[in-house]
Design a protein around this ligand. Sequence first.
Ligand code: GRF
Length: 203
Amino acid sequence: MLVILISGRGSNMQALVEAGLPVAAVVSNRADAPGLQFARSRNIEAAVVEHRKFASREAFDDALAKEIDRHRPRLVALAGFMRVLTPKFVARYERRMFNIHPSLLPAFPGLETHARALAAGVKLHGCTAHFVTAELDSGPIVIQAALPVRSGETADQLAARVLEREHVIYPQAARWFLDDKLVIQNGVVRVKGDDAQLVMAAD
Ligand code: GRF
């Protein structure tokens, strides 16, 4: 089972659900996250733990962990979850928490990845599903999808093409995890059976 954390739209959460993965619950730090509606429409438990209501990051993370642990998930999947997590929270879910990030890490951690990729003039861009570690958008890489940047495209157009690939690689990463296929050695993830950890999208 997995628990998915969202803050907004939740299209990656939706992709995980639609891939048939066993989703125990969806938790949002915002009551108005549109993704909550989708979860409820699929009869998936959708909880809200509002960060605004807590005096400190630690207090929020403790409440979040309590909500997650009720479901005893094997995997926690961050899916557009826009809060920086405390080291204690990250340690609690060490090696069992994933994130999906819209760039080819380690390039462009953080926000505005598509605009930054265009500004840097990179010719290849994409997305990364990775294990979460205390450092933001770092952590062992499970799978990446890469696509050629088109000349003249806008950040929004690029984002839309990357998002499509996110919806492919995130469910794949979660399935590998739940099937016990992932091995981490010296910070590098290998898939038992050597399934491809890079998806190249044709232009
Ligand atoms: C995605 O681009 C994801 O990579 C990033 O935040 C965005 C969330 O989109 N972490 P959604 O809420 O999954 O639609």
